[in-house]
Design a protein around this ligand. Structure first.
Ligand code: AMP
Length: 423
């Protein structure tokens, strides 16, 4: 299977070749023909599957083939709604990359920054608008955006829109779209509310599904550490020092927690940054580029901030706190082991999180192995089975000292007060 076989036009084929894409990913192979034929699409796929190109390529092709009309400012013909600024930026970059020989113009709008640059770009006229819902509504209400001429509409990460409380805004925007249009709807999960929303947007859609949520977990090596809440920070430093961890995305449940973990890591000499919704757009971008360029080894993130971040070489995901929704665990660990590579996901579970762990085991239909032999075990009586003698972290771990050597303390922790001994 090649992009030529999918009837992708030459200007786009050249751009894809320039990116080194030799063949379509499964979602691209399935979605591109459907979208080129003009049908609506219901896509069950998460970030990391090549989803963005699956919709951007046929959209660019349709817009290029239609040509631009007249000399006046271009009306917006395609809208992509996505939940986060990071995703919006990345989708905009994809349109720029795949569309660089097509003459199709796009712009990206999102909140948290001045609207001036965005309104200037809108006034010049764009074919494709990539937007987060709040800022789009705002600019629509101010008269900067008209969607009267819209032909294509993409709702990306619909389940996240719901989680983040954007569904109301999304519905308001949809109410303003012309009835005659091609619609695409993507969601990693399909809870009933999302299914209902899809039914109101799509007309006789073709359903395309890749990697159902519970199977994503299979290619990632996983292990759980039972640990007391206050010892998690010691365990994190221990693992970062002792295991062969080249790039770790560490998840916390709260923004405050993310800040605290990053601060504590820096104190112990491990360069880390936190990203979450309270950080300015610039600070988030800076943190992300330091991580991508390997200036820092650890990025600490909340689920919402991490959503959609595109990092290719992520060796480890560490769940400093377990999520209360098991699906979120699967999303998190799906951040490692991308594009067929194997990844490692390590989770810390304290006494209050045991029920979350049960929920995760149920969703992924297996019992996550518990690492029994580590320097900060939870108090007696808290053990869970099955227990492993050593961290089961695939072929990439190790390279450190033995567990007994580790137990004697590494002397490197900035928190080094807590003796690293079993109780
Ligand atoms: P996405 O799911 O859209 O976030 O894409 C995940 C990653 O896969 C991005 O880094 C893309 O640049 C990359 N990608 C998308 N399509 C292909 C392809 N056909 N071949 C190789 N890489 C791809």
């Amino acid at each position: 299977m090649s992009f030529q076989n999918l009837n992708v036009i030459d200007p786009i084929l050249r751009a894809l070749a320039g990116e080194g894409y030799t063949q379509p990913t499964p979602i691209q192979a399935q979605a591109i023909p459907v979208l080129l034929s003009g049908r609506d699409l219901l896509g069950c796929a998460q970030t990391g599957t090549g989803k963005t190109a699956a919709f951007a390529i046929p959209m660019l092709q349709a817009l290029h083939n239609a040509g631009t009309d007249g000399n006046g400012p271009r009306p917006i013909k395609a809208l992509v709604l996505t939940p986060t600024r990071e995703l919006a930026i990345q989708i905009g970059e994809s349109f720029g990359t795949y569309g660089k020989h097509t003459g199709v113009r796009h712009t990206v709008i999102f909140g948290g920054v001045s609207q001036h640059g965005q309104t200037v770009a809108l006034r010049r006229g764009v074919d494709v608008l990539v937007a987060t819902p709040g800022r789009l509504l705002d600019l629509m209400n101010q008269g900067f955006v008209s969607l009267r001429n819209l032909q294509m509409f993409v709702l990306d990460e619909a389940d996240r829109m719901l989680d983040m409380g954007f569904i109301h805004d999304v519905k308001k925007i949809i109410a303003k779209l012309p009835a005659s249009r091609q619609s695409l709807f993507f969601s990693a999960t399909m809870p009933p509310e999302i299914g209902k929303l899809a039914a109101t947007i799509l007309r006789d859609p073709v359903r395309v599904e890749v990697t159902p949520v519970s199977s994503t977990a299979e290619k990632v090596t996983q292990a759980v550490y039972l640990v007391e809440k206050n010892d998690k920070k010691f365990l994190l430093v221990h693992l970062l020092n002792e295991e062969n961890i080249s790039a770790a995305l560490v998840f916390t449940r709260t923004k405050h927690g993310a800040d605290r973990v990053a601060k504590d890591l820096n104190k112990s000499g491990i360069a880390a940054e936190a990203i979450h919704g309270n950080k300015s757009q610039n600070a988030r971008q800076r943190a992300l580029s330091s991580f991508k360029s390997k200036q820092i080894r650890v990025l600490v993130a909340t689920d919402i901030a991490a959503r959609g971040i595109d990092i290719d070489e992520l060796s480890h995901v560490i769940n400093f706190e377990l999520p209360n929704e098991p699906e979120t665990y699967v999303h998190r660990i799906g951040r490692t082991g991308r594009a067929g590579a194997s990844g490692i996901a390590l989770s810390f579970c304290d006494a209050e999180e045991r029920d979350y762990l049960k929920g995760i085991n149920k969703l992924i239909a297996k019992t996550l192995p518990v690492v029994a032999d580590h320097p900060y075990p939870a108090a007696a009586g808290a053990s869970a089975s099955p227990a492993l003698a050593r961290p089961q972290s695939g072929g990439r771990s190790g390279g450190g000292r033995s567990a007994s050597a580790a137990r004697s303390g590494n002397g490197r922790s900035g928190w080094g007060k807590r003796p690293a001994t079993s109780r």
